[in-house]
Design a protein around this ligand. Structure first.
Ligand code: UD1
Length: 419
């Protein structure tokens, strides 16, 4: 068993650089299946989700070379083969193989997606879009088969009932080589969608409107190789900003695109967090008094659900009480009990989280119940007096590149311990 051990209560300072975006790269890698040449990605984070994706790509026949943050993928050898559940179920984003395999081969047999348990995470919108484009969906145990029965997948007019990042990207993946035009209405507007569209357009696709709620895709016959820089991870950036405000004595976070974090930074300002935002960095000062605020998550450009958990330990430092309402994933509350175990005054009330600060946290044994709850445990462990041991850290390593090294560099007493 591996765990993270933190001796908390120390002040951190220095600089930390944000890596490439996890939620982009988990879509960019499957997207490369659609290319007829070599695609190079720069700024690829060192996270276990990327290791899993590389493994899957190699199993399917792609040639992959990885050097530092650069990943070169030649997808020309990819075979039309099943990717069953056992191989794929640790990844939520394995669903992107549906869109990319459907786009390339007109069929796919892929295991149902796994990933963090944040309550119900259906993929009905993805499937409705594929069906509208001419695919037939059938279940075979824990696998799903998509097939166009020899026909080329065709364009369609798709209205998304709910704003969904995954369904928007998956529809784009299936549509770029389809016959005719696809229009997605009520599309998600997350920066990762723009990143995927940029890669595909540089491969020769014809996608317009990514970043707005209407995306139009005109199908093309072939896509060629290209080189692409992955955007910075706004969730990792937001995590380090919260951490810096919680335990920092002056921390600069580099490689941050401020415009991807506007609603988050506005909320921190409302709390009274003192920081300086420049072109691609945020400098967070040592904080004195913070004000409690309430948070409600919503699709981009609203407050990101993925930052709700990482900001919670910082809220516990503030004076007063507030609520957190997650409108995307109501059951995303795994961090609440663990923070209470560390001594926080926090509980789940109905479909929201209620907290009262300031709390004095004391180190104890906690677990990472999911990826972003794990980030919350790391921040809380740094804030807490004494020793905090975090188990289930595989979740954290799925999404935070070199987290132990980055925090050690800032002066944290943190170790990954194998038992
Ligand atoms: C992505 C992110 C995840 C983030 C989430 C919301 C990746 C790999 N993951 O997940 O980190 O927390 O966006 O910003 O990018 N829904 C349906 N039917 C569907 C699909 C979604 O009802 O077919 C619902 C979901 O239950 C949820 C909402 O739509 O309530 C948004 O989910 P979605 O944007 O699809 O999340 P993911 O793409 O899975």
């Amino acid at each position: 068993m591996r765990k993270i051990v933190i001796n908390g209560g120390r002040s951190l300072k220095g600089r930390v650089t944000v890596s490439g975006a996890k939620n982009s790269v988990v879509a960019l890698i499957p997207a490369i299946i659609l290319a007829d040449g070599i695609v190079t990605l720069d700024g690829v984070p060192a996270i276990s989700d990327v290791d899993s994706l590389i493994d899957i790509m190699e199993t399917m026949g792609a040639t992959v070379t990885r050097q530092g943050e650069t990943l070169e993928i030649d997808p020309r050898g990819v075979q039309d083969m099943p990717m069953p559940f056992g191989k794929i179920n640790s990844l939520r984003a394995s669903y992107y193989f549906y869109g990319s395999l459907l786009g390339r081969f007109g069929q796919a047999v892929v295991g149902l997606p796994g990933g963090c348990d944040l309550g119900p995470r259906p993929i009905d919108l993805h499937l409705k879009a594929f069906e509208a484009m001419g695919a037939r969906v059938t279940y075979e145990g824990q696998n799903m088969r998509l097939s166009t029965e020899g026909q080329r997948i065709h364009g369609a007019h798709i209205y998304m009932d709910t704003v969904s990042v995954g369904a928007t990207i998956n529809t784009i993946l299936a549509a770029v080589k389809a016959e005719g035009r696809t229009v997605i209405e009520n599309a998600a507007r997350e920066p990762e969608i723009i990143d995927v569209a940029t890669l595909l357009n540089n491969m020769g696709a014809r996608i317009r409107g990514a970043g707005t709620d209407i995306i139009t895709i005109d199908g093309v016959e072939n896509l060629h190789g290209t080189r692409h820089q992955v955007i910075p991870d706004r969730i990792e950036a937001g995590t380090y900003i919260a951490l810096a405000a919680a335990v920092g004595e002056g921390i600069q976070i580099d490689n941050v695109l401020y415009e991807h974090l506007e609603s988050y930074i506005a909320k921190l300002e409302e709390m009274g967090v003192r920081m300086t935002v420049s072109e691609d960095a945020v400098f967070v000062e040592k904080q004195d008094k913070l004000k409690a605020v309430s948070i409600k998550t919503s699709p981009y450009p609203g407050f990101a659900t993925d930052l709700q958990q990482p900001i919670t330990p910082l809220l516990l430092k503030a004076t007063g009480s507030g609520y957190i309402t997650d409108t995307i994933y109501e059951k995303r509350v795994g961090h609440v009990q663990e923070l209470a175990n560390l001594g926080a005054d926090i509980q789940t009330r109905g479909n929201r989280i209620a907290y009262k600060g300031p709390s004095h946290l004391r180190g104890t044994a906690v677990k990472a119940t999911d990826l972003r709850a794990g980030a919350a445990m790391v921040i809380a462990g740094l804030m807490a007096e004494g020793r905090t041991e975090i188990t289930n850290i595989e979740f954290i390593l799925r999404g935070y590149s070199n987290i132990i090294e980055k925090l050690t560099e800032l002066g944290a007493d943190i170790q990954l311990v194998e038992e």
